[in-house]
Design a protein around this ligand. Structure first.
Ligand code: ADP
Length: 158
């Protein structure tokens, strides 16, 4: 089976992530969305909540699975026999870092990174900006899937 991993923090998943996952799912038998658990970063949502939101948002796509990972993404891939990582590129600013990371991952293990251009509608979109805008009462509907919008309201309307 031809599988690829879409890794990220997904705190929370946005329509930009969802677009990349959905497009990638057309090229592979299965896409494994890997939710990174990095204790050092400040997070709004717990890993389980992030996983739940991704599962709900991708309900309509049959060949998606969602898991958490800790440590190196190449170890996650190697343990599952997965040889490809798919990443979205929003701008040249993403490219520098992603290229470096892709090359590092390839030197660590036989795992290649495939880049997809972000949909221009979402090229300004990041999880951190969504959180910031939502915190100050801005309207983020249209930028995140419905399960995320609902949880953001539950979390922030207190
Ligand atoms: P990280 O913790 O690596 O920043 P994110 O969850 O923010 O993780 O994003 C994971 C990956 O999703 C990024 O590396 C990038 O490839 C992609 N991505 C993020 N936002 C967008 C977007 N708006 N459009 C397309 N791809 C995106």
């Amino acid at each position: 089976m031809n599988r690829a991993v879409c890794p990220g923090s997904f705190d929370p998943i946005t329509n930009g992530h969802l677009d990349i996952i959905e497009r990638a799912s057309r090229f592979f038998d299965e896409i494994v969305v890997a939710v990174g658990i990095n204790v050092s970063k400040h997070r709004l949502f717990e890993p389980e909540e992030r996983v739940d939101m991704i599962r709900e948002a991708t309900e309509g796509i049959p060949n998606i699975s969602v898991e958490t990972f800790q440590g190196l993404i190449v170890e996650f891939c190697t343990a599952r026999g997965i040889k490809a990582i798919v990443k979205g590129l929003r701008a040249v600013s993403d490219f520098d870092y992603e290229l470096q990371m892709g090359q590092m991952n390839r030197s660590l293990a036989a795992v290649d990174t495939l880049f997809m251009p972000a949909d221009p509608h979402y090229s300004f979109l990041s999880s951190s900006l969504v959180k910031e805008v939502a915190t100050y009462g801005g309207d983020v509907s249209g930028l995140v899937p419905e399960p995320v919008l609902r949880r953001l309201h539950e979390r922030l309307d207190k």
